[in-house]
Design a protein around this ligand. Structure first.
Ligand code: GLA
Length: 679
């Protein structure tokens, strides 16, 4: 599948829904099996009233569709599909395999996943299966074949929704079946046990393997385990879950011409899938995103997730498959959305490339563990603020529909890697405070506040269209991936690398000769020793900054020192450097800078690179540009409690007014169409 196909499948959805031209997909998960049939007709009527155009059904349908191993019952699904079709609502049809029914685990308890400690999970929640289980896979194949045979050509089915959030709960299984599959995967990768011994560095601690059968998943050990083994197990686990997707995808392609996707989780709390591997295999890149109130600024992480999803879609429009209208049910405190927040969140996704805005779920459940999760239609019914906001969101999406199909403009790329995330967060490192995603979020947050839009790109991606590339803590990097970054600088680009980058190769083997191994030449320096700081300790720099977590003894070779440490443990030693490299420039930040100085540094580097940095940017006003063939669309999202005025000439789409001086009320969103500024 090529990225061109990714684009056309979503284009199909945004144009199919309405003959009068492109329109955002506005949709939701719908679980009619939780309700009496008397409720269904009201549901459909209200869906039409609220402009819902795509509904995901049968996501958790297995137990209803196949009440026992020998019986399929499609009657209820036939009816609901008929009702939706009759109302002109498109269907995002779940294959139904996301949660095996109780009869399957009763007959085959061996499909239940096993934890690192050797504890087998019980059924009773969801997704309780081992991704490598041949028994589970065969049962899933049978169900998907039945579903695809019955509905594969149904005119209402616009999209296949394979399983649900694959790997959300069960990505890492340590059972004996997984152990066998892991060995086969390793054999495929290394060919011989000796090659594996070399890659895993098993000369250490008497870990040398003599035969494949001796190798296990990284189950709980007394001391730290082998990091290369753990890293390979993360890769294997992502591949196994991906294979579950592919098993279904192959059946769907054989029996149906409808585009196929599954919902990714580009999020802060799930990191088990390497979505760079997955993205080329779906027809529509789709993401689920929920505000995480455990993070300092949840809406900044929303932007990060959206930029990441756009990266997976190769810069093309993408689909938000799930978000919430208000509180979720699975955080320690489930914070409701303030008035206006639903529209801000939704339009932030749109600003960053979403052409489909969908929700979990249509009607708030009355039973089950998600009964306190918000929905489009709350427990209170239509006489509620929530319902009116849903209607307002739908109208707003209609008002800005000419944005559909346009692309986000970004001059800066940030290298992001799930594999590096796995490797960086392994134990026995210099400081447990160096967590990959924290590092990435810090840099992202500073860029967000500077008003600089970034594309997230995979290591090794083509960087030629960017002016600046930011490389936060890219601990694990392959030679050719590092080379693309150095080549980019050599050709005139600006690179900003932050500490704990370039340290190991793909086998988690340290690059010898000084840190940051893969980038020493690019950065014009060499670090001989790390000096992480004690918990809570700070050090000062001579530019007025404070820093925490990390310092290192940098010796410049060709780089210039921009700032040095003032305090112990490295007084007078370089903390921030810049190196002219080829026709470009490479900055290195060898410490964890305070937020304001990080922002200042990134803004300075961006200005030097010729990046358009918004003048007098106001913190809390998120501003992103989408560019169409004929016009530019500038989004302004006011996250502050104060109105903001911006000088811009064009036509504001939400209020449908010409503007020269744009007033953005507190908490509001505005979208201004202007002439295209560049070709
Ligand atoms: C995920 C799942 C949904 C639902 C929501 C709740 O996104 O895909 O089924 O559980 O979480 O937030």
């Amino acid at each position: 599948m090529t990225l061109g196909t990714v684009r056309s499948a979503l284009e199909g959805l945004t144009t199919d829904v309405d003959e009068s031209g492109s329109r955002f997909v506005f949709g939701c998960d719908y679980n009619p099996e939780q309700w009496d049939r008397s409720v269904w007709e009201e549901d459909i009527r209200l869906m039409v009233e609220s402009g819902v155009s795509l509904v995901a059904i049968n996501v958790f349908g297995w137990a209803q569709l196949q009440p026992n191993p020998d019986e399929f019952d499609f009657s209820a699904l036939d009816d609901i599909i008929g009702l939706l079709h009759g109302a002109g609502i498109g269907i995002n049809l779940g294959t139904g395999t996301s949660s095996p029914p109780p009869w399957l685990s009763t007959l085959h308890p061996e499909i239940l996943p096993v934890s690192q400690e050797g504890l087998r999970a019980w059924p009773g929640g969801r997704q309780a299966y081992c991704p490598s289980s041949p028994v589970f896979r065969a049962a899933a194949e049978r169900l998907v074949t039945a579903v695809a045979t019955r509905y594969g050509s149904h005119p209402a089915v616009r999209l296949w929704h394979v399983s649900n959030e694959l790997g959300c709960h069960n990505a890492l299984c340590y059972c004996d079946v997984s152990a066998d599959a892991f060995r086969r995967w390793l054999e495929q990768k290394y060919g011989t046990v000796e090659a594996l011994n070399r890659a895993w560095g098993t000369a250490f601690w008497s870990q040398h393997y003599g035969a494949w059968e001796e190798i296990l998943p990284p189950r709980r050990t007394l001391s730290s385990g082998n990091p290369a083994q753990a890293l390979d197990f993360s890769r294997f686990s992502s591949d196994e879950v991906l294979e579950c997707y592919l098993i279904e995808e192959r059946i769907l392609r054989r029996l149906s011409d409808v585009p196929v996707t599954t919902n990714f989780m580009v999020t802060s709390h799930i990191r088990t899938q390497d979505y760079w591997q997955w993205a080329p295999l779906v027809d529509v890149v789709a993401n689920d995103h929920y505000l995480d109130h455990r993070l300092p600024v949840p809406h900044q992480e929303l932007s990060f997730s959206a930029d990441g999803t756009r990266g997976l879609a190769g810069g093309r429009p993408w689909m938000l498959m799930e978000q919430s209208t208000g509180a979720v049910n699975w955080q320690p405190r489930n914070i409701a959305k303030q008035p206006g927040e639903l529209i801000r969140n939704s339009l932030a996704h749109v600003a960053r490339g979403a052409d489909a805005i969908c929700f979990f779920q249509w009607r708030a459940s009355a039973q089950g563990t998600e009964k306190f999760h918000s929905a489009l239609l709350p427990h209170a019914g239509t006489d509620s603020r929530k319902w009116h906001e849903v209607l307002e969101l739908s109208r707003t999406l209609d008002a800005i529909r000419e944005v559909v199909g346009t692309e986000v403009v970004a001059e800066v790329a940030m290298v992001f890697s799930w594999e590096t995330w796995w490797a960086t967060d392994l134990d026995s490192h210099p400081s447990e405070e160096v967590r990959y995603l924290d590092q990435v979020h810090k840099i992202y947050r500073a860029l967000w506040e500077a008003g600089i839009t970034v594309d997230l790109v995979a290591p090794g991606a083509d960087l030629s269209r960017y002016r600046m590339v930011v490389v936060p803590s890219l601990y694990l990097v392959r030679d050719h991936e590092a080379a693309t970054i150095s080549d980019f600088a050599a050709a005139g680009g600006t690179v900003v690398v932050t500490y704990f980058s370039g340290i190991v190769d793909e086998d988690d083997r340290v690059r010898l000769g000084g840190y940051p191994g893969a980038f020493t030449e690019l950065l014009g320096l060499r670090t001989e020793e790390f000096f992480p700081l004690p918990e809570g300790a700070q050090t000062r720099l001579d530019n007025g900054a404070t820093a925490s977590i990390w310092t290192e003894r940098i010796q410049t070779t060709t780089a210039d020192t921009v700032s040095s440490f003032l305090d112990a443990p490295l007084p007078g030693e370089p903390a921030l450097t810049v190196n002219e490299f080829g026709s470009g420039r490479a900055w290195y930040l060898g410490t964890d800078l305070d937020h304001d100085h990080l922002w200042e540094l990134l803004e300075q580097a961006a200005l030097g690179a010729g990046v358009t940095v918004p003048p007098a940017h106001v913190t809390g006003i998120e501003s992103v540009l989408r560019r169409g063939p004929e016009a530019d669309y500038r989004f302004f999202i006011n996250h502050t409690g104060l109105p903001h005025t911006h000088t811009i000439s064009g036509h504001e789409l939400i209020t449908d007014q010409p503007v020269t001086s744009l007033e953005i009320p507190a908490g509001a969103v505005r979208v201004v169409r202007t002439e295209r500024t560049e070709s």
